[in-house]
Design a protein around this ligand. Structure first.
Ligand code: DX5
Ligand code: ZN
Length: 216
């Protein structure tokens, strides 16, 4: 499956968001990753709809929105209106993942589901056939700039087996601590979408870092 890089805007300079979006437009990144945190599901608050709409306005790439919020179903329509192309919610945040997935599709978006590193991969099994992407968090959701958790490699291999069996077109995304030093190993385990915040935006040359991640 084609590799995809999704730079996480959370690590961008919010005082100069337009230039950061233009950098992504000029880069080889296919998607842009947008992290929404509500201060309840995770102990941090990032940003909401006005910022997402600004990213939509300036960034031409597919908006890959990762929602770290409780009651994800309540906001599906708002994210669609704000311009999300993919909406990924946490399994832990809802009692009825299937209905959230249905709502996302009804709004014309691709549907993603994700789990934190302390949730067993097997818990995703009932939803694999219904989603376009599974995001395995490689840090605990809540902050950028954390250290990559190496258990992730085994978790990707385990997920890849389930995906090959139930929905081979389903993408595997990894988010947290992704850098040029682990990208190749992540692809080798079966990942095909890498989110990168700090490693891209703190790099001296973000566009060449994106290329490096894509061709690792
Ligand atoms: C963490 C977010 C990530 C974050 C990744 O909760 O989901 O998308 O921006 O940042 P880095 O790449 O710096 O770990
Ligand atoms: Zn994220």
């Amino acid at each position: 499956m084609e590799r995809i890089i999704s730079p996480s805007i959370l690590a961008a300079d919010f005082g100069d968001l337009k230039s950061e979006c233009e950098m992504i437009n000029q880069s080889d990144a296919q998607w842009v990753h947008v992290d929404v945190m509500d201060g309840v599901f995770v102990p941090n608050i990032s940003f909401g709809f006005p910022v997402i709409e600004a990213v939509r306005k300036h960034c031409k790439k597919m908006m890959d929105v990762h929602i770290m919020i409780v009651n994800p179903g309540n906001y599906v329509k708002r994210f669609a209106v704000a311009g999300a192309g993919m909406l990924t919610f946490h399994l832990e945040a809802t009692d009825d993942p299937s209905s959230v997935i249905r709502m996302i599709r009804q709004e014309g978006m691709m549907a993603g589901i994700t789990i934190n590193p302390d949730i067993a991969v097997a818990e995703l099994r009932p939803y694999i056939a219904e989603v376009d992407m599974v995001l395995l968090m490689s840090v605990f959701a809540g902050y950028g700039g954390q250290q990559f958790i190496t258990d992730t490699y085994d978790r990707i291999r385990e997920l890849k087996k389930i995906i090959d069996e139930l929905n081979p077109n389903c993408r595997i995304q990894i988010d947290g601590g992704v850098s040029a030093s682990n990208a190749r190993a992540l692809y080798d385990c079966g990942a095909n979408v890498l989110v990168a915040g700090s490693s891209v935006f703190k790099a001296p040359d973000p566009k060449s870092m994106i290329r490096e991640l894509l061709t690792a």
